[in-house]
Design a protein around this ligand. Structure first.
Ligand code: C2E
Ligand code: CA
Ligand code: CA
Length: 588
């Protein structure tokens, strides 16, 4: 056995050893059986080890087999070739580092006969390892110009290569800044860019050696985790990154340096390549689709969407159930686009009754979807998807058109339509005015129902729309009142004309004391602001009597009538079947 020199650069170090230690290339000198005699820092870094951990190690142990046995360096063969006269042997390398991560690259091997390590006579093996990941990084297009991270195209290639290894756990973390657009719009793109560079730095600092960090575009980043021992390790990394990125960033503002707090959401998917790429934990969800880089990135993004839906600034792990939900959402979205084109949306009308004299004072228009396969769908089965994919304003527009036609057909009727805050985009009041004018309808027969939460944002465009609606003479009702947790100051500023008490406060009346007190407080609030008062979800005569006694003006609910098609309330005269026409049925 040769002794290994223990001075790493001291005086008197033989020439070869000194050259190895000072080189920027990843170099090692071994004996002919692969035992490390000298290795430099670059070599240690490549193996994700500290230099002292290489001492006495064997190259064969340090580089374990990666995908197939044939891809790990066969040192005996190399030495045989070199001793046989081949000056340099170059071998492809697909190996596993001691920490489990994959190392792809080439090994260049040659013999040195100068006994240069001071380890005595006889040839030694000079080994240079080139990491193809780091050389790839130098290819144009493989890195993002702003952050110098791997680009989308490069990370897709990385993932594809990792997937080919077919062994071990592979993790992908998708990260996205929660309010990046706001930073860009309010502080400018230079600050936005600085923030992105800050995020990139924190990602690099937060990952483990061997993990790959990439920027896909805008504020989308991904981290590829290899060499995982279990799913928990990946979850730890994802949580750590989420936490690190959530801390405030210092950036150059337009005038002075400022602190930006920009929460980051992360979505993690981990696949077990030994088990043919099933997601871990495989929480149901049927057979996974064939695994490729695009699928992995999409699954990580689905988990990211779940993190955002949970309020942002957190991490979610992809499950089969999420995939099901994503597929469901996509199906509903496609179907809904088709439904809008083909006119599959219907409007049902629920009567609103005046509690003082019991007469029907109007209707609320409620959307339904006559789905060709699934039958009549309620709003709860599709409006959330419509909202997520930006189709809600289109749905509202269809309902509004149908409701205006309904008003035109029934001269003494009033109708309230539900409108999402998104529809109040600066064009709503004008569109509404045109729709009313085209049909010669007085605006006072129409009411617009808005959620309390849509006013709380203080958005000037929304507020302008409300003032325009008031000028027009259209009533504005605050829907689901009492559930929005918002300050009521807007009641002083904005031309709201009525409050609709949410049905949840009616359900336990008349027995429940706190519901009773809330209902009493809201009706008194409406009275003191001169607003109309409507309660929803009235299901029993006892509730109706109780609310009437409290002073509520009107009510709707199953007690008075369920939402139903127009014909239920205005039956069409039956077509004459020969003799005298039959009388129309009286509405009930
Ligand atoms: P909402 O505006 O609060 O409408 C009242 C909901 O309560 C309706 O549900 C109605 O069927 C239900 N309801 C009426 N009376 C009773 C009752 O006595 N007891 C109980 N338990 N429920 C009662 P629906 O039709 O399923 O609509 C659900 C929600 O979908 C609506 O709640 C509204 O927020 C939304 N929505 C419906 N149509 C539209 C629309 O055209 N546009 C928009 N943006 N949202 C709509
Ligand atoms: Ca409503
Ligand atoms: Ca409501």
């Amino acid at each position: 056995m040769r002794d290994r020199p223990d001075d790493r650069g001291g005086a008197g170090r033989p020439a070869l050893a000194s050259a190895v230690v000072s080189s920027a290339l990843a170099l090692a000198v071994t004996d002919l059986r692969g035992q490390v005699l000298e290795a430099n820092d670059a070599f240690a870094r490549l193996l994700h080890l500290r230099p002292d951990q290489l001492t006495g190690g064997k190259v064969g142990d340090l580089l374990a087999a990666g995908a197939g046995q044939e891809d790990v360096l066969d040192l005996d063969r190399v030495v045989e070739d070199l001793l046989g006269g081949t000056p340099v042997v170059m071998a492809d390398l697909l190996a596993r580092r001691p920490d489990g991560s994959a190392l792809r690259g080439q090994a260049l091997c040659s013999l040195s006969h100068d006994g240069g390590t001071g380890a005595g006579a006889g040839p030694v093996l000079l080994l240079q390892v080139v990491d193809s990941d780091s050389t790839d990084r130098r290819r144009p297009g493989d890195h993002d110009a702003l952050t110098r991270l791997r680009s989308r195209h490069a990370v897709v290639a990385d993932l594809t290569a990792r997937l080919r290894e077919r062994s071990g756990l592979l993790g992908v973390i998708a990260c996205d800044l929660d309010r990046f657009r706001v930073v860009n719009e309010s502080l400018g793109h230079a600050v936005g860019d600085e923030l992105l560079v800050g995020v990139a730095r924190r990602l690099i600092a937060g990952v483990r050696g061997g993990d790959v960090v990439a920027r896909l575009g805008d504020d989308e980043f991904v981290v590829v985790l290899t060499g995982l021992t279990d799913v928990a390790e990946a979850v730890d990394v994802a949580h750590r990154l989420t936490r690190h990125l959530g801390a405030p960033f210092e950036v150059d503002g337009p005038q002075q340096r400022r602190e930006i707090r920009c929460a980051v959401s992360t979505g993690l998917v981990v696949v077990d390549l030994d088990a043919a790429g099933s997601p871990c934990p495989a929480a149901g969800g049927g057979a996974p689709p064939p695994l490729d880089a695009a699928t992995l990135l999409r699954d990580a993004n689905t988990a990211l969407d779940a993190a955002k839906a949970a309020g942002g600034g957190c991490c979610r792990v992809f499950t089969g159930a999420m995939r099901e939900r994503a597929i469901h959402r996509l199906t509903v979205e496609n179907d809904l686009r088709r439904a809008l084109e083909r006119g599959e949306l219907r409007v049902h009308y629920q009567p609103v009754v005046d509690l003082r004299d019991g007469h029907r004072s109007g209707f609320e228009a409620l959307v339904r979807w006559a789905h060709p396969q699934r039958g009549l769908l309620l709003p709860g089965q599709f409006l959330d998807v419509a909202e997520e994919c930006g189709l809600l304003p289109a749905v509202d527009a269809v309902v509004l058109e149908q409701a205006l036609d309904f008003l035109a057909r029934h001269p003494d009727v009033r109708v309230a339509v539900n409108t999402s805050a998104r529809r109040l985009d600066g064009t709503f009041a004008a569109d509404l005015a045109r729709g009313l004018h085209r049909r010669g309808l007085p605006p006072g027969r129409l009411a617009v129902e808005l959620l309390e939460t849509s006013l709380a944002s203080g958005d000037p465009i929304v507020e302008r729309e409300l003032l325009d609606l008031a000028d027009l003479g259209v009533a504005v009702l605050l829907d689901d009142f009492g559930t929005g947790y918002s300050a009521l100051s807007y009641l002083r500023r904005l031309p709201v004309t009525g409050l609709k008490l949410d049905g949840s406060f009616v359900a336990d009346l008349p027995e429940d004391d706190s519901s009773d007190r809330i209902a009493a407080a809201v009706v008194s609030l409406a009275g003191s602001f001169g607003l109309s008062s409507i309660c929803e979800g009235v299901e029993t005569a006892a509730q109706a009597e109780h609310l009437a006694a409290q002073g509520w003006q009107s009510a709707q609910g199953f007690h008075f009538g369920v939402p139903a098609p127009e014909e239920r309330w205005f039956p069409r005269p039956l077509a004459p079947t020969g003799g005298t026409p039959r009388a129309a049925r009286v509405p009930t």
